[in-house]
Design a protein around this ligand. Structure first.
Ligand SMILES: [Cu+2]
Length: 217
């Protein structure tokens, strides 16, 4: 066999294999999604510290992210994977009080530290804002359900339960796309709150449970 003659074909096959592997890696890394504005707890920690997660100053600058990274870095690397399957729409039955931000400790212990009570870094928002869920996998949405904590609830001192939330927005369906945005009206709320989003994906019964910390001006 003349190696020089087959070399271009060998290189062609290698390039095809490399492209296939790259697409598989991207496919895994880009599966699913989260609330990206205002950022969910683990998405925010990934945004702020993903490229600097071993920096010891995180412990004092951003202590809630620090404890989450210590507990399980995969909660941040997999910021898009906080979901349950086959809940059948019975979200409150599937998610006990005190575990709302980990989706009822889904894939435990990966996301458990997202339930930790404390002063998570919060995004400043006006009371009428646009909420965006990023769907890297283009699953579509049967609906987004947006709750906000009642005025007076203090997420820095109290564990979050269903009784602390008020439903403020339920959307219709979204065709598969990269992002789904909805206007949200927080009414007369002021100060620190948690925005809680249920994203019911459309490709199968897969529901996402997402806590975002905000401060309303
Ligand atoms: Cu998914």
């Amino acid at each position: 066999m003349n190696f020089r003659k087959v070399l271009p074909q060998v290189l062609g096959v290698l390039a095809a294999v490399a492209a296939l592997l790259a697409s598989l890696v991207v496919g895994v890394a880009n599966a699913h999604g989260s609330t990206t504005d205002p950022p969910s707890r683990n998405y925010g920690c990934w945004q702020r510290w993903g490229s600097d997660f071993q920096n010891p100053t995180m412990a004092t600058k951003d202590p809630m992210c620090w404890q989450a990274w210590q507990a399980d870095p995969n909660a941040m690397w997999n910021w898009n994977g906080l979901y349950r399957e086959n809940v059948g729409g019975n979200h409150q039955a599937a998610i006990p009080d005190g575990t709302l931000c980990s989706g009822g400790r889904t894939q435990s212990p990966r996301y458990n530290a997202l339930d930790t009570v404390g002063a998570w870094q919060a995004a400043t928002k006006s009371r009428q804002f646009t909420l965006t869920v990023t769907d890297q996998a283009h699953h579509g949405a049967d609906y987004l359900r947006v709750y906000i904590t009642k005025q007076g609830f203090d997420p820095t001192r109290q564990a979050l339960g269903w009784g602390n939330l008020e439903l403020v927005t339920t959307t219709g369906r979204y065709a598969p796309a990269g992002t789904y945005a909805t206007p949200v009206n927080a009414g007369s709320r002021t100060g620190r709150h948690v925005v809680y989003v249920i994203w019911q994906a459309s490709h199968l019964d897969q529901s996402y449970y997402l806590c975002s910390d905000v401060i309303f001006q």
